[in-house]
Write a protein that binds this ligand. Structure first.
Ligand code: S3P
Length: 427
């Protein structure tokens, strides 16, 4: 059994960096991934006044609370939707001003989902160029609170919830959100761990969250944490193992239930995959995951589970291509607004390699095959497509070329070396 570790969780890392800048005192953050997305957040926060010593993968020491300033020049969020959307909320709450921009892919992604509710709270945001897209300008706000908000987001999105919560906590404004789905709840867990007066619950009607600042002194405790390994990065190595690679045990992975839908689908496919809880880090459950090779049946899921495996759909599509039978993904229209239109590119690439794949408006229907797959893959610079097809490229007899292998650094620098260990290249 191969013992592996994966880089720290990207979603949690963004939030620890932001949280440490809001805390009273010195925070010590270990295990931040040196991924391009997280580095975009660290760079942006430094431009806004964060004092941070060190850099990932080494420890980062943050002196909080930061003396936040307006950004003198546009902040470049690179490829990172989480950076752009969470910073929009943070700036709105702090009343600071900055222009937020991103790369070509991020400039195509929708921003209304955070801009509208922030405006409803009284924040001043406006589009600099095209409506609904970056760049956006968050304008300064004179002192005084934002307006309280009760909100039911149209799309179930952790970035939306987190942007609103950061605006609410930094301006001490009441906020209630009811979300039909179950998007990742890292921001809620972290801020509660740091001392914010937050209540939340999950039930058959989705998630409920309430921030009530009455009687709160506004103090957040500093962090001394090790960011757990990223279960979304681990997913590619787990898939490599179940598709015939080495058996793996991946140590110290985040096992937040809003992120583990992938493991449940693997179990439903008949894969030998299991996890053992080992502890907690800043309110997040952590554990080890084991995966063994075996045969796989098809799966079928809809929008009820999608938020809990949203980033794992590319690798699930690859698993479906090698499973016995026809798999179906529904309720996943949000995939068209990720780093690429993932439904369109998954269908086009699987089809080009010889897999029967039907593109649906909100999903994919994929017929598994044992045939040898050959051809080139167009990733559109999307890291998760590069890694998903990277796993496929290592299966016996498959000859698959990836057009932009370097884009994996957006979330998982060192991915190709890790994959070499689980699924070595055929000689
Ligand atoms: C993220 C939330 C998800 C996810 C993204 C990271 C986060 O996006 O797909 O990779 O860190 O909050 P949505 O909020 O759009 O669902």
């Amino acid at each position: 059994m191969l013992e592996l570790r994966v880089p720290g969780d990207k979603s949690i890392a963004h939030r620890h960096l932001i949280g440490s800048g809001l805390a009273r005192g010195r925070s010590m953050l270990r295990g931040l991934p040196p991924s391009a997305d997280v580095m975009a957040t660290l760079r942006a926060l430094r431009e806004l006044g964060l004092e941070a010593i060190g850099g990932a993968p080494g420890p980062v020491e943050v002196k909080g609370p930061a003396s936040w300033n307006d950004a003198p020049a546009p902040i470049h969020c690179a490829n990172s939707g989480t950076t752009a959307r969470l910073l929009a909320g943070l700036l709105a709450g702090l009343g600071r001003s900055a222009e937020l921009d991103g790369d070509e892919s991020l400039r195509r992604r929708p921003m209304d989902r955070v801009v509208y509710p922030l405006q409803a709270m009284g924040a001043r945001l406006r589009y600099v160029g095209s409506r609904g897209r970056l760049p956006i300008l968050v304008e300064p706000r004179a002192s005084g609170s934002l307006r309280s908000l009760r909100y039911r987001p149209r799309v179930s999105s952790a970035q939306v919830k987190s942007a609103l919560l950061l605006a609410a906590v930094t301006s001490r404004t009441e906020l209630e959100i009811r979300d039909r789905g179950e998007p990742r709840d890292h921001t809620e867990r972290l801020l509660k761990h740091m001392g914010a007066p937050l209540s939340f619950s999950t039930g058959p009607e989705g998630q409920w969250m309430h921030f009530d600042p009455s009687g709160w002194d506004g103090k957040l405790r500093p962090l001394d944490t090790l960011v757990p390994g990223d279960v979304s990065s681990a997913a590619f190595l787990i898939a490599g193992a179940v598709l015939g690679g080495h058996s793996v045990r991946i140590r110290n992975v985040g096992l937040n239930p809003t992120r583990t839908g992938f493991l449940e689908i693997l179990n439903a496919m008949g894969a030998s995959v299991g996890s053992v809880a080992t502890g907690e880090a800043a309110g997040e459950p952590v554990g080890d995951v084991e995966a063994l090779p075996g045969t796989l049946g098809p799966f079928r899921f809809d929008g009820t589970v999608v938020p809990r495996l949203i980033d794992e759909i590319p690798i699930l599509a690859v698993l479906a291509a090698r499973a016995e039978g026809t798999s179906e993904i529904r309720g996943a229209g949000e995939l068209r607004h990720k780093e690429s239109d993932r439904l369109a590119l998954l269908a086009a690439n699987l089809g080009a390699l010889g897999v029967e794949c039907e593109e649906l408006e909100d999903g994919l229907r994929i017929r598994g095959t044992r045939a040898v797959l050959r051809g080139g893959v167009r990733t559109g610079g999307d890291h998760r497509l590069a890694m998903a097809f990277g796993v496929l490229s290592r299966l016996p007899g498959c000859r698959v070329g990836i057009d932009a292998p370097e884009c994996v650094a957006v979330s998982f620098p060192g991915f190709w070396e890790a994959l070499d260990r689980v699924l070595p290249k055929e000689s």
